[in-house]
Design a protein around this ligand. Structure first.
Ligand SMILES: *Cc1c(COP(=O)(O)O)cnc(C)c1O
Length: 238
């Protein structure tokens, strides 16, 4: 179908990156005694063009992740293939309702204030919006990092679960720089287990990126968010 040499070359490049990452996931699952079907690959397509997202869909990818509202809102209509679109970026309160118009999953809910905004936006949808609580894995008091403090997660999860138009699916976390990711993902697994005690259906654990997906899978991740290992270095935008 590709009509130009550069489109063919890009397809080969993306197919090769995808094959390498799927192999890493399979190996990590085998090492952890888990089945590869337990882990969903979400390819992080931020900064990459709609043509790359369409390529991924043609190569069998089911889930993609974006971290900027406007970029994703513009991109989604240009990709005709059915995909599940995840919002994984920092969420401003005044954008939360608008995100529900293109996102199928919002992974980055880290404060109560977002819940009402998302629930209001999701009321316009046919199906409830899937939501994860983003848990901070940083040392207590670390400045400027996203995520709810672990102690605040149960109340946030409860607010999501009772909002009506939102479906609490689980938790998400990003391992902090400068720490063994295995230790951070172990803390996330503990928080995930606590959430599941109150909400047995909230089984998703989104953890692991290009550099640490093996440690995340060992710690029980059900979703890995991988960008550069599949698509190459991100293009610089503006
Ligand atoms: C960009 C991003 C990723 C993917 O990072 P890579 O290192 O390119 O795999 C995963 N999760 C979040 C929250 C991101 O912002």
């Amino acid at each position: 179908m590709s009509s130009t040499p550069s489109a063919d070359a890009r397809r080969d490049e993306v197919a090769a990156g995808l094959a390498r990452v799927r192999e890493r996931i399979a190996t990590a699952c085998a090492t952890a005694g888990r089945r590869p079907e337990e882990v969903t690959l979400t390819v992080v397509t931020k900064y990459f063009p709609p043509s790359d997202v369409a390529l991924l869909a043609d190569l069998g990818v089911t889930d993609v992740g974006e971290n900027k509202h406007q970029e994703a809102a513009d991109k989604r209509p240009e990709v005709p293939q059915p995909l599940r679109w995840h919002f994984i970026g920092g969420l401003q309160s005044n954008k939360a309702a608008a995100v529900t118009r293109w996102a199928d999953v919002v992974e980055s809910v880290d404060r109560i204030k977002l819940v009402g905004r998302l629930a209001g936006g999701a009321a316009e949808r046919e199906a409830p919006l899937d939501v994860l609580v983003q848990v901070s894995l940083d040392p207590p008091g670390a400045a400027g990092r996203a995520g709810a403090a672990p102690a605040d997660v149960p109340a946030l999860a409860e607010a999501i679960a009772t909002a009506g138009t939102l479906r609490l699916r689980g938790v998400m976390g990003v391992a902090p720089l400068g720490e063994d990711p295995a230790a951070a993902f172990a803390r996330l697994a503990d928080v995930a287990a606590e959430v599941r005690r109150d909400h047995p259906d909230a089984t998703w654990v989104s953890a692991g990126m290009s550099g640490d997906l093996e440690q995340a899978i060992a710690a029980g991740a059900t979703h890995v968010r991988v960008g550069s290992a599949v698509l190459g270095p991100r293009p610089v935008i503006k």
